[in-house]
Design a binder for this molecule. Structure first.
Ligand code: PMP
Ligand code: GLU
Length: 397
């Protein structure tokens, strides 16, 4: 049977595949250390788990409104009011099956065939595919390590064509860990609005910022910015709830309505139990977040110092999320067992084979001189993993 042109054009998610491969190797008894993890290595807070049990006991096992329950939407609005001083009404909220699904719906709602979307690179690998699935055209705009991997207003303007519809701003960023300041965001948004674009703000890592960095939600810049921004976030990273699959978006009314309609014919409502539990997460104490943030903070500093001490490797100190880009350009061209390492895929494959350490090749984020290292990994394994990486690099010819 023939696969459609649309699906032949879509690649599977390599981040999910690497995580699955590491889990499978561990299950087979291999001592693998995975720096590929795209999810917190913490359990969901107990009060959230208890709320899910309560939902089951209460028999909340039926369909809910397709775009989410009014109670959860209210809890989301309350949180934006508390955290950012932003007033959204429930009709602007759409709850979906994870932030990835929210992003999918966003691009279905705003793109016509051939519309271009600016994707700052290094980018989270699903953006280009999600845009393509909506018949849009992703346009990668490179950023450099020297500018801390942040999009400049100039680079944005240069990439705009008459077909450009939107720009994706992922803050804090996966895979770079960069966090934009308020001033930087204002300048980028001024350029975007001048060019008639809207912004899709992927704030999924909003609670994971370090060194006192401010998390700026774009709509807090003012009404003009808010009217042209769709904010996406969710429960996955903030509450260690990746498997529960709850994401949400806050948009202008007409976009939220379109997304809700679209969702009503595709997935219907997200899981009713998970929705109920997310209310407990949003309204509950911040203990879990504070604990995770402190652990990530310590690991990030340790990894940064260790990596910069290894000959041929380097990295910036990330300010947010739980990833860093490790620069491997000093290693490229060297040989492992007669195989020349020419790019990030060669590096990742050789490292896995030689030392059973998994990293994500930067090529899937549009940055072949890097590999992505997650620090959602225990300190013990970070230490062991970096020892192995050091041994691997030292053994290259
Ligand atoms: N955006 C970014 C930048 C991510 O890294 C992820 C990771 N999963 C998502 C969105 C999607 O999150 P979710 O698990 O809620 O679909
Ligand atoms: N977003 C995480 C990552 O980048 C999880 C996997 C995925 O959804 O891509 O690794």
């Amino acid at each position: 049977m023939e696969v459609s042109r649309r699906c032949s054009n879509i690649l599977g998610s390599l981040t999910l595949e690497i995580s699955a491969r590491v889990k499978a190797m561990k299950a087979e008894g291999h001592d693998v250390i995975g720096f590929g993890a795209g999810e917190p290595d913490f359990g969901t807070p107990l009060w959230v788990v208890d709320a899910a049990k309560e939902a089951l006991d209460k028999g909340l096992t039926r369909y809910t409104p397709a775009s989410g329950t009014p109670e959860l939407k209210r809890a989301i609005c309350d949180r934006y009011r508390r955290k950012y001083g932003l007033d959204y009404d429930v009709a602007q909220v759409v709850v979906s099956n994870g932030a990835k699904h929210s992003l999918f719906n966003v691009f279905q709602a705003i793109l016509n065939p051939g519309d271009e979307v600016i994707v700052p690179a290094p980018y989270w690998l699903s953006y280009p595919e999600i845009v393509k699935m909506a018949d849009g055209v992703p346009v990668a705009v490179e950023t450099t390590e020297a500018e801390a991997f942040k999009l400049s207003p100039r680079a944005l303007r240069e990439a705009v064509t008459p077909r450009t519809k939107a720009v994706i701003i992922n803050n804090p960023s996966n895979p770079t860990g960069s966090v934009y300041t308020r001033e930087e965001l204002r300048e980028i948004m001024d350029a975007a609005l001048d060019c008639g674009l809207c912004a899709v703000a992927d704030d999924i890592y909003e609670e994971l910022v370090y060194d006192g960095a401010e998390m700026v939600c774009i709509p807090t810049l003012g009404d003009r910015y808010r009217e042209n921004t769709i904010v996406v976030s969710g429960a996955s990273k903030t509450y260690a709830m990746t498997g529960w699959r709850i994401g949400y978006s806050l948009s202008p009314h007409e976009i939220a309505k379109a997304m809700g309609n679209f969702q009503s014919h595709s997935t219907s409502n997200p899981n009713s139990i998970a929705q109920y539990a997310t209310i407990a997460a949003l309204n509950g104490p911040d203990e879990g977040i504070i604990r995770m943030r402190a652990a990530f903070d310590e690991r990030r500093r340790f990894m940064h110092a260790r990596i910069n001490g290894i000959d041929g490797l380097g990295c910036l100190l990330p300010s947010g999320a739980f990833y860093m880009m490790m620069n491997i350009s000093g290693i490229l061209g060297r040989e492992w067992e007669g195989r020349r390492i020419l790019g990030s895929m060669d590096f990742a494959m050789a490292l896995l084979e030689a030392q059973k350490v998994a990293v994500v090749p930067g090529i899937c984020f549009g940055a072949d001189d890097y590999v992505r290292m997650s620090y959602a990994v225990s300190m013990h394994n970070i230490e062991r993993g970096l020892d192995r990486i050091e041994a691997f690099c030292a053994g290259l010819k």
